[in-house]
Design a protein around this ligand. Structure first.
Ligand SMILES: Cc1cc2nc3c(=O)[nH]c(=O)nc-3n(C[C@H](O)[C@H](O)[C@H](O)COP(=O)(O)OP(=O)(O)OC[C@H]3O[C@@H](n4cnc5c(N)ncnc54)[C@H](O)[C@@H]3O)c2cc1C
Length: 323
């Protein structure tokens, strides 16, 4: 039975893992996080549930539409009736938050969380035999194929810390991929926010790119909450500042929608890598190594949740086709 190791349990890695499992591979997914989903992230604060990474996704391609339909039929995904520039396509959300989609995908997979991969190496360069991966906990994992779906800058760090033939990897392509940072504020409220229905607002000026009302979205029925995402320029400028102070400043500008007297508590998260702004046009990159080593994720192809899914699918198909 062929074996494959995946680094990253975001939607790209989980998609590839599911597809390869279907093709008869023995698959292990490693992720440094406590849970699965990566940037499809949902947090609980008190009785509130907040999406604090991706807020929704659209489905343009037949493969992703089929997958989305399966998720709707399993009651994992629903529709948020938002109308914006993407408005001609339904805005899909996780009924219990975006991370629930990843949890659903991971159900029948071998996913090892809390395993930050710090080194990769070929088991035998001479025979072209597969890959050995070492995690921060000093565990090692071995497989015939290795698929890396972490953001490209993190993949570059991993490669620099590993013993890899430098000529085998197209570093220039990986270095080209760029991500925008994002500072996210998660606010728990005493009563529903003043955001108009359906609870999605993209201000046309100022530091806030997006406000999303988790209560109106339907994922936080027990306690109202709002997710605020700062725009890339503001996030970059304030990335290393005191985060609670940054959150306070952003909230101060949003009193119209979030009256200060209604705020119970808030938390702030900073994403060094949020949306992939400069991407490699192909859905993955294959290294010129004897044993398959592929790089993918949302930095490849069309980006966002759908692009990451398509990247994972393309990687899996390439591996099973022996490409
Ligand atoms: C604030 C924000 C808002 C967004 N809004 C939207 C939106 O509304 N719609 C949309 O479509 N997209 C949105 N996105 C983008 C979307 O979330 C991503 O494109 C998509 O989730 C990327 O999936 P991925 O599998 O490629 O990567 P990730 O989800 O990042 O998965 C990579 C995984 O690799 C793990 N990892 C990293 N390094 C290591 C290591 N060394 N060892 C082990 N594991 C490691 C990480 O823990 C992570 O789980 C948003 C992103 C952010 C952050």
């Amino acid at each position: 039975m062929p074996s494959t190791l995946l680094i990253g349990a975001g939607i790209a890695g989980l998609t590839a893992a599911r597809e390869l499992t279907r093709q008869g591979h023995h698959v292990t997914v490693l992720d440094k996080g406590r849970g699965v989903g990566g940037r499809m992230a949902t947090r609980r604060i008190d009785q509130s549930r907040l999406d604090h990474g991706a807020q929704y996704f659209t489905a343009h391609s037949p493969d992703f539409q089929t997958f989305t339909t399966e998720l709707i039929e399993s009651n994992v995904v629903g529709i948020w009736p938002v109308s914006d520039p993407d408005g001609q396509f339904p805005h899909y959300i996780g009924c219990e938050g975006m991370s629930a989609i990843a949890k659903h995908m991971a159900e029948s997979l071998d996913v090892q969380t809390g395993e930050r991969v710090v080194r990769i190496e070929q088991i035998s360069v001479l025979t072209g035999q597969g890959w050995r991966v070492t995690s921060e906990t000093d565990r090692t994992f071995e497989a015939d194929n290795l698929l890396i779906t972490i953001p490209a800058p993190q993949a570059l760090t991993l490669l620099h810390d590993s013993d890899i033939d430098a000529d085998a990897v197209d570093f220039t392509t990986l270095e080209t991929i760029q991500y925008a940072p994002c500072i996210t504020v998660m606010v728990v409220l005493k009563r529903p926010s003043q955001l108009p229905h359906p609870g999605s607002l993209r201000p046309d000026h100022g530091p806030v790119a997006w406000l999303a009302d988790n209560f109106q979205k339907g994922i936080s029925p027990n306690q109202p909450s709002v997710t605020i995402q700062a725009n890339p320029a503001f996030s970059q400028a304030h990335f290393d500042n005191d985060l609670m102070g940054v959150g306070h400043a952003l909230l101060g500008q949003l009193a119209e929608y979030i009256p200060p007297a209604d705020i119970l508590t808030y938390q702030v998260h900073r994403w060094r890598y949020s949306m992939a702004e400069v991407r490699h046009p192909e859905p993955y990159l294959r290294a010129q190594t004897p044993a398959p080593l592929l790089f993918g994720g949302d930095g490849f192809g069309t980006g966002n949740v759908e692009g990451a899914f398509l990247s994972g699918l393309a990687m899996a198909r390439a591996v099973s086709a022996g490409q």
